[in-house]
Design a protein around this ligand. Structure first.
Ligand SMILES: [Zn+2]
Length: 553
């Protein structure tokens, strides 16, 4: 009893002394103070806080309301009213520029039939009043979602749209269908052969389907966007990303032209989004950037090359060690042979750039792991990445840890592919697919992304897929190969600190800590504690980049 009242009086004395001290002391000035927030800093200790101070776009202090409000004052004081604050989300693998242009195209994702695709194209032409002769581009169809699982044929496109060149890209970007107008402009002939690709021909007639490298024949004749079209596409993409809490995107596979245009838009203040660029596997990019070295500004970081080992599992272009379970005798193929990678990878090693290679099949992954290992020789801090690391043979997981090779994965790929992945791979092989926990354990960290616009841009779908291994409908109840789920903490790190680390940026962003960029978001949901069924109901209330509000209020 005595002890309790003694303590009370001591506490009261300390509090009043504290007030007396702070009252006669000048508070430091700042630009913005957020207080009464539930802050997940996502730092290495996964600390929480309630208030944060921002000056000149950087976090200058973070702590409790008492600590912060005593020491700092700002013109702009925002009470978060107990809402949840996180570092700005980073998508470690997306296609931001493509996404921007996809917003200018016919969206065919989720279509239930080829007829529905044709109707969408017709509506698009009508709605945008597109003149005859202008190119129509669409994206997102997936014959696996249709009753008839066959590739479509161009006949119906030719009949319905004789006046526009049309190209409609499959959801994974590894196949497209084009109409006669488009094929004629590209001078594509029946039976034409091309390395690493297929011009589909049946009974001597083009079907309109072009697979993998054959698509380039067509892309070569589509006129490039004007400066204005480019700016519009990127601004629209950024607006959608901010609304989802994304503040940095790693864009996987762009060219010098893109870098120059993005750099200019950012410097003019038109584009606030932070972008990390992986350069496409192209001789012009190598010639220019290997000599010049990485390029970095406040919002742009060009520090990697993106190579492709193989195609995708959906279109059976992924290169497997054994034949596909649903196509006897067919193992897919490498987009370029091993000798090519053995020539390029040492050149990248001799530079400051990261090597990042798309690999889906277990054979594609093994080849890249081995080529990386030959060059890296031991543990290291080059952070070379395998993008997707989708199907890994049991014998090969150890390469990631032994040579510090970073698997860069997209949890929604697991929940998009889970309906048919076992048909392609069979019961035992599918266990080594989408094995994110097993991959995380190799190096103790893993960057997460979406691969948008292949998948939806929503980082909350990524969160749900990673922690519950379920689709948006909560299927399957027990989670798909749940042993490979990540914890909520690991998932948040994967979308923040570890994603930053995947681009050598963990010292400047990815967690809310003193001297890091004030890239943060306010959500209405506690992602660490909510029911998994509530994850997709999350609303982004505000998104800040370098202390500047870019979405919400
Ligand atoms: Zn990708």
């Amino acid at each position: 009893m005595y002890l309790l009242s003694f303590h009370k009086s001591v506490i009261i004395a300390v509090v009043s002394m504290g007030m007396a001290v702070s009252a006669c002391k000048f508070r430091q000035k700042a630009d913005l103070i957020i207080h009464h927030a539930h802050i997940y800093t996502a730092n290495a200790a996964f600390d929480t806080a309630t208030a944060m101070v921002i000056r000149d776009g950087k976090i200058i202090a973070i702590g409790t309301d008492d600590e912060i409000l005593k020491e700092y004052e700002a013109e702009k004081m925002i009470s978060a009213a107990g809402k949840f604050l996180y570092p700005g989300l980073i998508d470690a693998h997306g296609h931001f520029v493509n996404y921007g242009f996809s917003l200018q195209q016919v969206d065919l994702s989720g279509t239930k039939s080829w007829q529905e695709c044709l109707d969408s194209v017709a509506n698009f032409i009508k709605r945008k009043n597109i003149p005859a002769g202008s190119w129509i581009q669409g994206r997102g169809w997936d014959q696996n979602d249709w009753t008839s699982k066959e590739f479509p044929n161009k006949d119906s496109l030719d009949k319905k749209f004789p006046h526009h060149p049309i190209v409609l890209v499959r959801i994974d970007g590894h196949a497209l269908i084009a109409n006669d107008q488009a094929l004629k402009l590209a001078r594509i002939q029946p039976g034409q052969s091309i390395q690493g690709g297929t011009v589909e021909t049946i009974n001597g007639q083009l079907t309109g389907i072009l697979i993998d490298n054959a698509q380039d024949l067509l892309y070569a004749v589509i006129p490039p966007p004007t400066r204005e079209q480019y700016a519009t596409a990127l601004k629209e993409a950024a607006a959608h990303c901010y609304a989802m809490g994304l503040t940095t995107i790693v864009d996987c596979g762009l060219n010098k032209n893109d870098v120059d245009r993005i750099d200019a838009l950012q410097k003019e203040g038109i584009l606030k989004m932070k972008l990390n660029i992986m350069l496409s596997d192209d001789s012009l990019n190598y010639a220019y950037y290997l000599k010049k070295g990485p390029y970095k500004t406040a919002r742009l970081n060009v520090n990697g090359f993106k190579l492709y080992a193989d195609g995708a599992l959906g279109s059976r272009g992924a290169c497997l060690l054994q034949p596909y379970s649903d196509k006897p005798g067919w193992q897919g193929f490498l987009l370029k042979d091993r000798a090519y990678f053995e020539k390029i990878i040492p050149l990248i090693y001799a530079s400051q750039f990261q090597a990042n290679t798309h690999a889906i099949g277990d054979s594609g992954n093994r080849m890249i792991l081995q080529v990386y290992a030959q060059v890296l020789k031991a543990k290291n801090d080059r952070r070379w990445r395998i993008e997707h690391a989708q199907v890994i043979d049991t014998a090969d997981f150890g390469y990631f840890g032994k040579y510090s090779i970073i698997p860069s994965v997209q949890p929604t790929h697991a929940t998009s592919d889970m309906y048919w992945a076992e048909q392609r791979l069979g019961h035992s092989r599918v266990k080594g697919a989408y094995a994110y926990k097993q991959l995380l354990d190799q190096n103790g960290w893993i960057p997460l992304g979406t691969d948008f616009p292949v998948e939806d841009i929503s980082p909350f779908k990524t969160f749900l897929a990673a922690v519950a291994r379920q689709d948006a409908q909560g299927f399957p109840a027990e989670g798909f190969q749940f042993e490979n789920a990540l914890s909520r903490k690991e998932t948040l790190w994967g979308m923040t600190l570890w994603a930053a680390k995947g681009s050598f940026e963990e010292k400047e962003k990815g967690s809310l800590e003193k001297s890091k960029a004030a890239d943060f978001i306010i959500l209405d949901t506690d992602l660490m504690r909510c029911k998994s069924g509530d994850i997709l109901k999350t609303k982004v209330l505000a998104t800040y980049i370098n202390g500047e509000l870019v979405f919400g209020k």
